[in-house]
Design a protein around this ligand. Structure first.
Ligand code: RIB
Length: 287
C-alpha cells in the first residue's frame, strides 16, 4: 500500500478536561470528579489520527512562545507528525480548550490564541508541502480566510481538499464547490446548510450511528463509550488517509467509522486513536 501524504492546516490546543456528573447551572458552583491536561485541537487531532494509521503527515499551525507550545510540538514529534510548519507566535499564547465531560458527552470552549495567526500568507509560505500532498485537510479553528485560501489553492492545483466545518462558522458560499468533501456533524450541517446543493461532496457524521453520504447510510461500529471528544477528528483523519490510499469514498467512510469507534473508548481526543491494523481487525478485514 502506498503511504499517503497528508497535510493538515489546523489548530493545536492543550485540552483541559474535567469530568463532572452534573453540569453547573448559571451562577452555581459544582464539584468536578477529575481533571486532565491532554494535547488536542482539531487540526492536531486529525493529524495524529492520520499519522497513527501510517500516513506521512505535516501540520501547518501555530503555538505560543510558552511551555505548553513546547509540549505540544514535542508531542507531535512523538506522534510522527512533521512539525516543520508549526510556527511560534511572538504575541499570542498557545490555544487551549476547556472541555466538560458529562455522561460520555462533551461541551467544549476554545480560546484560539496562536491558532489565529495561521493566516493565508502563512499557509502560502508552506505551498511546496501543500503541492506535494495527496490530500489536504482543514477545519474551522483557524481563520476562515485561510480555509478559503486553502480551498482555492487546492482547487486550482487539483489537490483533494477535505473540509471539516467545525466549529460551524459562516464561510463564503464559493468555498463549498472547491472542496472535494465536506464533513459536518448533524448539528454543523443544520447550522451551515439549509438546502445543500453539493450532495456529492457532503458526508454528514451521525455519531455512533455512522455517516450519511448522498442516499447512503454507512453504519458505525459498536464501542464502549468513555469520552466522545475527538471521535469526529479521528473520522476526518482516517477519511483523509483512506482517500489518500485511493479507497472509494464509500469504503473510506466505512474505514473512518471503524477508526472513530476506537477513539470514544478512551478519555481524551487522541488516546484511543487506532493503528491501521486495529481498524482492519475491527472491520474483520484481516480474518
Ligand atoms: O474535536 C475535539 C477538539 O476540539 C478538542 O481536542 C479541542 O481542542 C477542540 O479543538
Amino acid at each position: 500500500m502506498k503511504q499517503p501524504v497528508i497535510t493538515v492546516i489546523g489548530s493545536l490546543n492543550m485540552d483541559l478536561l474535567t469530568t463532572i456528573s452534573r453540569l453547573p447551572d448559571q451562577g452555581e458552583t459544582n464539584f468536578g470528579e477529575s481533571f486532565y491536561m491532554k494535547p488536542g485541537g482539531k487540526g492536531a487531532n486529525q493529524a495524529v489520527a492520520a499519522a497513527r494509521l501510517g500516513a506521512k503527515v505535516s501540520l501547518i499551525g501555530k503555538v505560543g512562545n510558552d511551555s505548553i507550545g513546547v509540549e505540544l510540538i514535542q508531542h507531535m514529534k512523538r506522534e510522527n507528525v512533521d512539525t516543520g510548519h508549526i510556527g511560534i507566535s511572538k504575541t499570542k499564547a498557545t490555544g487551549v480548550a476547556n472541555i466538560l465531560i458529562n455522561e460520555s458527552d462533551n461541551r467544549i470552549m476554545v480560546v484560539s490564541g496562536a491558532n489565529q495567526e495561521v493566516t493565508p500568507d502563512y499557509a502560502e509560505s508552506c505551498k511546496e508541502t501543500l503541492l506535494a500532498s495527496d490530500v489536504v485537510l482543514s477545519q474551522l479553528e483557524v481563520p476562515v480566510e485561510t480555509v478559503e485560501w486553502a480551498a482555492d489553492f487546492c482547487h486550482k492545483n487539483e489537490i483533494p481538499f477535505v473540509l471539516n466545518p467545525a466549529p460551524a462558522v459562516p464561510l463564503s458560499a464559493s468555498v463549498w464547490e472547491k472542496c472535494s468533501y465536506i464533513t459536518p456533524n448533524e448539528l454543523e450541517a443544520a447550522l451551515l446548510f439549509q438546502e445543500p446543493s453539493f450532495s456529492d461532496q457532503l458526508i454528514t457524521t451521525l455519531g455512533p450511528l455512522g455517516a450519511k453520504y448522498k442516499t447512503l447510510f454507512i453504519p458505525g461500529y459498536p464501542a464502549e463509550v468513555v469520552d466522545t471528544t475527538g471521535a469526529g477528528d479521528t473520522f476526518n483523519g482516517a477519511l483523509a488517509f483512506s482517500l489518500g490510499v485511493r479507497l472509494s469514498v464509500e469504503q473510506a467512510i466505512a474505514f473512518a467509522n471503524a477508526a472513530a469507534s476506537f477513539t470514544v473508548e478512551k478519555l481524551g481526543a487522541q488516546a484511543g486513536m487506532p493503528t491501521y491494523e486495529k481498524v482492519e481487525e475491527r472491520m474483520g478485514l484481516n480474518a
